[in-house]
Design a protein around this ligand. Structure first.
Ligand code: BES
Ligand code: MN
Ligand code: ZN
Length: 498
């Protein structure tokens, strides 16, 4: 749903109608291209208006002015950049998102020449990325659109930049990345009656158009493989589960892939250990990990990433039913390890266990990252602005931390110690599926660790960040599409031949 915004590029002096956007820092100085676009009268108007409107040029503040005399524009929008020192760490997508919100539903020229900041093609594309992400809303099921909504359709931006041709080329990548994040957002926002496992698998299957090899495993095949843990979770639902394996082979033939694994519980009622009713509707987002993996595979394929990546997602619905699995059941996972079920609401780790075993054994990855809305405990620990990371490999953990810092999808490393592993020992089986109330995110991570064998691995618990997301300058959607940009960046910076 990027059709709400249209972005073009042009040279700094390009004339036009509609709104004009210029930038200034807290020194209230306009750059030369902005002054040229405004003319002398315009520059005077900006100075006077700043004084009377108490516009201080603070970062992410804006002043909207009527057209200066003699300029054939509708409105003049001045966006603040903060102090010179702040500008060194300017977040381009955030600036783009903020700016887009000020000209929503309108036609605007944006003079992307920021006084005191390098503004090359890469920065222009990052700005455009933020503008696209900000403009997304999930309104497929609204039969009446609100006329005063911030996200009005028909926003048309022309970004005026020094090297506009190069910026436009760079923007092809940004546009595709935005579409991949938006794919993940759509998947998270869709309700489970529409997006049941088979339909989720079908949508992932559309990646074949971009050259991704997609294999969809049905229950019979899962039974042959011995996926007793995943199948147990699915057995209370009338919807059949699916496992989708996506392979992007853009690297050297035969080179070990990086594996991305996603939890795809399309709805988590808790099963027999049913959740309280209040807020249960949020559990349509329990497939945020799988959505991030599908979005990342799309991003990698669209830009023909030079690496081998396998994405695998387990898609199930967790429901209570006469045929549902129950506390005290003992399951045999594909790895051969047995699991005593204590709580049917600890289902995500059961799904991940079998998908991980399948990938470890069939693809022999050189690194593996799983993403899962796994525990409420990680939200208690870290809140909704940062994901929890558990890893058996310091090098991989650092790469992920750095990628998250670069894209603004922050992760914080959490500990894995023997005590957590001990907490999931079972009286009757090799392990149990919960480790008690204390350290819930960590005992869940320890459970997954028992399936990764010797692969360098990181687990991202994204329960706090993937859904019910805080509004930001680049996201107004319930499902943020968290992780797509992080994974794309991680692979670009560390696993591709350049
Ligand atoms: N999907 C939930 C975790 C979750 C909670 C995600 C809130 C997003 C928001 C997961 O399957 C779950 O139910 N976890 C339980 C584990 C417990 C039974 C050991 C939890 O966190 O309470
Ligand atoms: Mn659950
Ligand atoms: Zn769940």
């Amino acid at each position: 749903m990027t059709d709400k915004i249209d972005i073009a590029f042009g040279p700094l002096g390009q004339a036009g109608q509609g709104d004009l956007v210029v930038f200034m820092g807290d020194d209230l100085a306009l750059g030369a291209p902005a002054r040229d676009a405004l003319g002398g009268a315009g520059a005077d108007l900006v100075a006077k208006a700043a004084a009377s409107e108490k516009f201080k040029g603070r970062s992410l503040s804006a002043m909207v002015l009527p057209a200066p005399a003699g300029l054939p524009i509708d409105r003049l929008v001045v966006v603040g950049l903060g102090s010179n020192t702040d500008r060194g760490k300017l977040d381009w997508p955030v600036l783009g998102g903020f700016t887009a919100s000020k000209v929503s539903g309108r036609t605007a020229r944006i003079v992307l020449d920021l006084p005191g900041v390098a503004t090359g093609p890469e920065q222009a594309a990052a700005f455009a990325l933020g503008a696209r992400l900000r403009t997304y809303t999930f309104d497929r099921y609204k039969t009446k659109k609100k006329p005063d909504a911030e996200d009005k359709a028909g926003t048309s931006l022309t970004i005026l930049a020094a090297d506009h041709a190069a910026a436009a080329r760079e923007d092809e990548g940004a546009r595709s990345l935005a579409e991949s994040v938006i794919l993940a957002r759509d998947l998270v926002n869709e309700p489970p009656n529409v997006l049941y496992p088979e339909e989720f698998a079908r949508r992932a299957g559309e990646l074949t158009k971009l050259g991704v090899e997609v294999e969809i495993l049905e229950p019979a095949r899962m039974r042959d493989l011995g996926m007793g843990a995943l199948l147990a979770v699915a057995q209370g639902s009338v919807r059949e589960p699916r496992v989708v394996v996506m392979r992007w082979n853009g690297g050297t033939a035969g080179e070990a892939p990086v594996a991305l694994i996603g939890k795809g519980v399309i709805f988590d009622s808790g099963g027999v250990s049913i959740k309280p009713g209040g807020g249960m509707e949020d559990m349509k987002g329990d497939m945020g990990g799988a959505a991030a993996v599908v979005g990342a595979m799309r991003a990698l394929a669209a830009r023909k990433a030079r690496c081998n990546v396998v994405g695998a997602i387990g898609i199930v619905e967790n429901m209570p039913d006469g045929g549902a699995y129950r506390p005290s059941d003992i399951l045999t996972s594909m790895s051969g390890q047995t699991i005593e079920v204590i709580n049917t609401d600890a289902e995500g780790r059961l799904v991940l266990a079998d998908v991980i075993t399948h990938v470890v054994r069939s693809a022999k990855p050189k690194a593996m990252i799983d993403l899962a809305t796994l525990t409420g405990a990680i939200i208690v620990a870290l809140g909704q602005d940062i994901a929890g990371m558990f890893s058996n490999d310091d090098g991989l953990a650092e790469k992920i931390r750095a990628a998250g810092e670069a894209t603004g999808e922050a992760v914080w490393r959490m500990p894995l110690i023997p005590a957590y592993d001990k907490a999931i020992d079972s009286k009757f089986a090799d392990m149990k599926n919960t480790g008690g109330r204390h350290g819930g995110a960590a005992t869940a991570a320890s459970f997954i660790k028992r399936y990764v064998e010797d692969v360098p691995w990181a687990h991202l618990d994204i329960a706090g960040v993937a859904m019910s997301s805080n509004a930001s300058e680049i996201n107004r959607s319930w499902g943020a599409g968290w992780g797509v940009r992080l994974l794309d960046r991680l692979i670009r910076d560390n696993y591709e031949a350049h």
